[in-house]
Design a protein around this ligand. Structure first.
Ligand SMILES: [Zn+2]
Length: 288
């Protein structure tokens, strides 16, 4: 989800329900799996084999300046900082960092720009929820907000957050990452950051124009005739199609998705939108 273009509580609620794909049907309910305990070193120190893992209290000189204080733990690979509390495993921070590094690997200019804005990404732990993340406190009072799958900000709040459960595809990930009816919500929120923070106005206008064009076609409509979430607005159009490009959306027509997934399928199905997405990311990858 993303919260620009929001002028009423009703609009907020709609975005919250749809964003990341969770909703009122079976895909938003816990799958009943247990939560494996964190297997960090007992002392909570960064793992010896992780050169990018740091306790933020110990760092005098960050590789770039985050726009605001990060949480206790942080990881930096090749792009932006990933941060989480002591309740988030180092493994999850590294996994998300590596995923984002892969998304942006062909765009060093994007990395520079995101760093210039002080962008970082945060993670809420396997036993935490969205409201444990302090960067979006103005939304905490909203119905169902705390159970959401993630959120992304804008240039005045250039950060996104998602769940350790989704990053590690834990058994009780409500978004069932890695399954046919599951998705990578962390990638979805990072795509919002790409649009909200990295893009220039003219690039966002291109996304909006293409979204408007698509609304005049039968693209991104489900087999039952309902519109997929990608059609709901330009921001979600960008985030959902970024997921499809990186093979990180639903594999089958279900819930708010029409089942088109992966770069090859995307290119055949909607080559114009594909070119728009590829013009930003340059090369696809499999980040299901
Ligand atoms: Zn979204």
């Amino acid at each position: 989800m993303t919260f620009r273009n929001v002028s009423s509580g009703l609009a907020v609620l709609f975005l919250m329900i749809g964003c990341g794909g969770g909703s009122d049907d079976d895909s938003s309910t816990d799958t009943g799996g247990t939560t494996p305990p964190i297997t960090d070193p007992d002392d909570g120190q960064p793992p010896a084999d992780c050169s990018g893992c740091v306790l933020t209290a110990d760092v005098d000189d960050f590789a770039y300046s985050p726009y605001t204080d990060m949480l206790e733990r942080a990881y930096l690979g090749e792009s932006i900082y990933i941060t989480g509390s002591e309740n988030v495993s180092w493994e999850a921070l590294q996994e998300l960092g590596d995923m984002i590094d892969t998304m942006v690997q062909y765009r060093p200019d994007m990395v520079d720009r995101l760093r210039d804005f002080g962008t970082f990404y945060s993670v809420y732990g396997r036993n935490e929820d969205l409201c444990d993340i302090p960067y979006f406190e103005e939304w905490h009072h909203l119905d169902n907000y705390c159970a959401g799958g993630g959120v992304a900000g804008f240039r005045d709040n250039p950060t996104a957050t998602c769940s350790e459960r989704n990053i590690l595809a834990l058994p009780n990930d409500p978004y069932q990452r890695g399954q046919d009816t599951g998705e990578n919500t962390c990638l979805h929120e990072m795509a919002h950051i790409v649009m909200n923070v990295y893009m220039e106005d003219y690039q966002r206008d291109e996304v909006r124009r293409r979204h408007e064009e698509v609304l005049g076609t039968d693209l991104w409509i489900k087999g039952n005739g309902q519109e997929a979430f990608a059609r709901s607005n330009a921001d979600e159009f960008w985030a959902e199609l970024s997921q499809v490009y990186f093979n990180a959306n639903y594999n089958i027509d279900h819930h708010t998705h029409n089942g088109v997934n992966g770069a090859d399928e995307f290119k055949d199905y909607d080559p114009v939108s594909y070119q728009l997405i590829e013009s930003v990311y340059i090369q696809p990858a499999d980040l299901r």
